[in-house]
Design a protein around this ligand. Structure first.
Ligand code: ZN
Length: 295
C-alpha cells in the first residue's frame, strides 16, 4: 500500500481526523540511517506524527519540526515535515537496543527517555516561527504528542502512532492518527470516543491485516459518519541541495572557512537527513570565503 495521508471530519462536525499510513516513509528512514528496531520505532513514530502535523499547517509554504529530547540512550530525535506531509528525520543513536518490555513490545519510552522536552516548531514561511514545548510524559511519543495538544494548543486529542518491525528488521507497517474534538463536543460524544478507541485493535495490526488508513478510521469512528475531506500521497523527502549547503557553510563565518581552507583538503558535508554527501574543493571554499568577506 502506498503511503497516504487523509483528513476528514464526522458529519456532526465535532471530530476532526488526520491519519497517515507511512510504511514506505519509515522503511526509507531505516535504510538511510541503518536503524535497529528500537530506533526504527522511535524515529518512525516521530515521522508519522510530524507528517500529520505538517499537513495541518495553514500555509502551503510552511514546515513543521518536532524535536524530542528525553535523555534516553537513543538520544535526540528530529523530524521535519512540509505542509503536504512529506517528512524527513534522524535520531542520534540509531544502533541502540534495549530488552523488550514484559509485554513483548519494543521499549520506546525507555529508549527515548522521559526526562525532557518535546518541542514543536511551526514555520509558516513568514514572521517568527511559533514554538511550543511540553514536558515528555512517557517518551512513547503518541502520549507526548497528545500532551502537546492538550497543553500547548488546548485541543483534546487522541493520538496513536505505530511502527511494526518485521523479522528481517524491515518495516512491516507504520502509521498514525490524530483525532481531535472541536469546541462544542458533548460529554456523551467524548465518552463514546473513549470507549471506541479503548476497544480498537492497534493501528499496525489493522494495517498489517490489509485495511487501508481510511478503513481504519471508518472502523474507529463507526456510527459517527466519518467523511474523508482530502487524501494525498506522502513520502520521505529531503530538501537538501548544494545551494543550501553553501549557505550553511557561509553562515559558519569567515574563521571557520579559513580553517577549512588551511586544512588543504576538500570539505565533505553530509546531510543528516538523507546521507547525501556534498564535496567542496579548496578552490570552491576560497570562493565562498570571498563571498563571506563581501557580506
Ligand atoms: Zn538531504
Amino acid at each position: 500500500m502506498a503511503d497516504r495521508l487523509i483528513r476528514g471530519i464526522t458529519v456532526d462536525g465535532f471530530v476532526q481526523v488526520c491519519a497517515v499510513e507511512c510504511t514506505g516513509m519509515v522503511e526509507r528512514a531505516r535504510q538511510i540511517h541503518g536503524t535497529l528496531p528500537l530506533a526504527t520505532a522511535a524515529l518512525g513514530r516521530t515521522l508519522a506524527a510530524c507528517s500529520m502535523m505538517g499537513s495541518m499547517l495553514k500555509s502551503d509554504e510552511g514546515s513543521l519540526t518536532i524535536q524530542v529530547r528525553g535523555g534516553g540512550p537513543l538520544g535526540a530525535i528530529t523530524a521535519v515535515a512540509d505542509a503536504q506531509g512529506n517528512t524527513r528525520g534522524y535520531l542520534q543513536n540509531p544502533a541502540v537496543s534495549l530488552p523488550l518490555r514484559p509485554d513483548g513490545k519494543l521499549d520506546v519510552g525507555g529508549g527515548v527517555g522521559r526526562e525532557g522536552l518535546l518541542t514543536v516548531i511551526k514555520d509558516i514561511g513568514a514572521g517568527e516561527p511559533f514554538s511550543g514545548k511540553v514536558q515528555l510524559r512517557s517518551g512513547e511519543i503518541a502520549e507526548d504528542i497528545a500532551g502537546y495538544y492538550a497543553e500547548s494548543e488546548q485541543i483534546p486529542t487522541v493520538c496513536a502512532l505505530g511502527v511494526l518491525v518485521d523479522r528481517d528488521q524491515s518495516v512491516k507497517a507504520a502509521g498514525g492518527y490524530l483525532v481531535q474534538l472541536l469546541p462544542g463536543a458533548s460529554d456523551a460524544l467524548i465518552g463514546r470516543l473513549e470507549q471506541s478507541f479503548q476497544t480498537l485493535p492497534s493501528l499496525t495490526s489493522l494495517l498489517s491485516q490489509g485495511l487501508d488508513i481510511q478503513q481504519v478510521m471508518e472502523r474507529a469512528l463507526e456510527g459517527l459518519g466519518f467523511e474523508v475531506l482530502s487524501s494525498q500521497p506522502v513520502a520521505y523527502e529531503c530538501k537538501c541541495s548544494r545551494e543550501k549547503v553553501e549557505r550553511a557553510l557561509l553562515s559558519m563565518g569567515k574563521q571557520e572557512l579559513e580553517q577549512l581552507i588551511a586544512a588543504g583538503e576538500p570539505a565533505h558535508v553530509t546531510c543528516q537527513f538523507c546521507d547525501a554527501e556534498y564535496v567542496f574543493e579548496v578552490e570552491e571554499l576560497k570562493k565562498l570565503l570571498e563571498k563571506a568577506k563581501g557580506v
